[in-house]
Design a protein around this ligand. Structure first.
Ligand code: NAD
Length: 525
């Protein structure tokens, strides 16, 4: 219940009054009446009962057992033949479903801090592959300063680079300034470029939010012959109606057109995405490192007629897959006490648990200096198979001994190693061509349920939009009891284990080595 409420905390959610948490229209509950009913049900729920939530609405409570999940959630799922935005929106308008995104509808969103390490690791890996390990003196162009995209400027400056982030909504830029994710705001391109040039020439990290539209600014940069070192984008392109602002419209004009003529709005959005992608393709031709940042911008441009849209890669095959092979992904935890000291205590305990892990040490130190808490204090760090279970048991022990003041909630993004099928993102260009096989997220939800996670969710359409992905989430509470220790040990082994077996099955050597080294049982290996 606290995590549901935390998702909608005004410091955490992008539009809490509309129940929208992040990612365009990703909601925590279907309606305020449904929210109230979920809260009532959770308050009354017995320790051997399970609440069922269907796309943000509580629909039943069954007697299960103490080790079973307390909540099971299914969001936005449609029979594949009907899995498209038109049908989804028709059903949504009838009040029958909601868009759950990934962690919005599964109550483990923790604000931009939840993504910032993934974004940091992505830029760090890109820096290693292309620029000798640092973004110092490099000009990184991106767009979208929303819930997830807002992590980009900070992730770039943490890698010592200079970030220009194009965003048409001044309130979003202001929010990133207020939370110190972004350093400066510029209202004209000339002003922004002056700042970029100066910071690059001095090798000074700097991030600038430029008030503007990517579908106008990116092509304008090409016209001027200004080619950044690296280019990406995190507008909510996956949702052409609610997530993307077409070129030529102010925020007010966009809102008016969206309400008056949604079809015309979608047409303009899709055409703008073609211009946006064409500029990125041209920058790539002229030497920039260009990648898609998991918002289906390429898929949308392809659907709108740009045949070359997929000529630049997605970030997962380019930078993240080797981590997925070892079950590594965005592990996160939250202090239910609300006391930041509890997170600092977990930080310290974790560093003592993995003293040899230098990158963990660097990350936790940076995070403590640079990342402001939003809502309940939380931390994120990428841990893999054989690490997450140890961390979970450690936190349970801290709760049991009273070293932290209240239970710790442990979860992860659905963007994880073995929990998602998404051919334009997490499972793009799999070695064996299994990109669209969606059995894996289903098995993930089933094994987490069988292992005793506290809540388990199964979604469709997160990240890249309806029709393009299936994914599962799990959250488990460390309440300090021996029973919780048993559950933690099972769930936090089996959940990342799914990532290992999924990549073994696809033939990745890194995953095979990991499975053999760590003794993951795989019948046909
Ligand atoms: P959000 O809806 O909170 O923010 C999107 C932002 O893009 C808004 O601020 C909006 O004003 C801006 N925008 C819209 N049209 C624009 C345009 N034409 N030019 C410039 N800016 C524009 O969404 P979010 O939570 O930040 O997520 C952004 C996208 O990234 C989504 O598609 C999401 O699915 C995807 N995503 C990626 C990752 C990842 O790890 N790469 C993780 C989660 C989500």
């Amino acid at each position: 219940m606290r995590m549901l409420m935390n998702n909608l905390d005004p410091e955490v959610a992008e539009r809490p009054d509309d129940l929208v948490v992040y990612g365009g229209s990703g909601r925590a509950a279907r309606s305020w009446a449904a929210f109230d009913a979920i809260v009532r049900a959770l308050r009354e729920l017995e320790n051997d009962e399970t609440l069922l939530v269907q796309s943000g609405k509580p629909v039943g409570i069954f007697r299960t057992h103490a080790d079973a999940p307390r909540v099971l959630i299914a969001n936005s799922n449609l029979v594949p033949h009907w899995g498209n935005w038109d049908e989804f929106r028709r059903l949504e308008a009838l009040g029958l479903t909601m868009y759950g995104q990934m962690t919005a509808g599964s109550w483990i969103y923790i604000g931009s801090q939840g993504i910032v390490q993934g974004t940091y690791e992505t830029f760090a890996e890109a820096a290693r592959q292309h620029f000798g390990g640092t973004l110092k003196g490099k000009f990184i162009l991106t767009a979208g300063l929303g819930g997830m995209g807002g992590a980009q400027p900070l992730a770039v400056t943490m890698n010592e680079g200079v970030c220009l982030a194009v965003e048409p909504d001044v309130t979003r830029i202001q929010r990133r300034l207020d939370t110190r994710y972004c350093d400066e705001i510029a209202s004209t391109l000339d002003e922004a470029l002056d700042q970029v040039r100066e910071a690059c020439s001095q090798g000074q990290p700097l991030s600038i939010g430029l008030l503007g539209n990517a579908a106008e600014i990116y092509p304008e940069l090409v016209r001027r012959g200004i080619i950044p070192d690296m280019v990406t984008d995190q507008t909510s392109a996956h949702d052409a109606l609610n997530g993307y602002i077409p070129a030529g419209l102010s925020m007010e004009e966009a809102a008016e057109l969206r309400a008056r003529d949604p079809q015309e709005y979608i047409k303009r959005s899709m055409n703008s995405m073609v211009l946006h992608v064409q500029a990125m393709l041209e920058m790539q031709r002229q030497g920039a490192v260009v990648f898609d940042y998991g918002n289906n911008l390429r898929g949308q441009a392809l659907a709108a007629g740009e045949q070359h849209a997929l000529d630049f890669p997605g970030f997962v095959p380019a930078y993240i897959r080797p981590l997925f092979c070892e079950g590594k992904g965005p592990f996160r935890w939250v202090a239910l006490s609300g006391d930041p000291e509890d997170i600092y205590r977990t930080d310290e305990a974790l560093l003592n648990l993995f003293p040899e892990n230098e990158s963990l040490k660097r990350w936790i130190t940076l995070a403590q200096q640079k990342i402001q808490f939003q809502g309940l204090p939380a931390r994120i760090c990428w841990l893999g198979y054989g690490e997450r279970d140890k961390a979970g048991l450690l936190f349970n022990d801290l709760v049991a001994k009273g070293i932290v003041r209240a239970p710790i909630v442990i979860g992860r993004d659905h963007l994880d190693s073995g929990s998602v099928a998404s051919p334009y993102r997490e499972t793009e260009s799999m070695k064996d061509g299994s990109d669209a096989i969606a059995d894996w997220p289903l098995l993930n939800a089933l094994v987490n349920t069988a292992s005793g996670a506290t809540w388990v969710s199964l979604h469709h359409g997160g990240g890249v939009g309806i029709g393009y992905s299936m994914h599962a989430g799990q959250v488990i509470v460390a309440d300090g009891t021996p029973e919780a220790a048993q559950r933690l040990s099972r769930v936090l082994t089996n959940d990342p284990g799914m990532g290992v077996i999924r990549h073994v099955d696809a033939g990745y050597d890194e995953a095979i080595d990991c499975a053999q080294e760590k003794g993951v049982k795989i019948p046909m290996l």
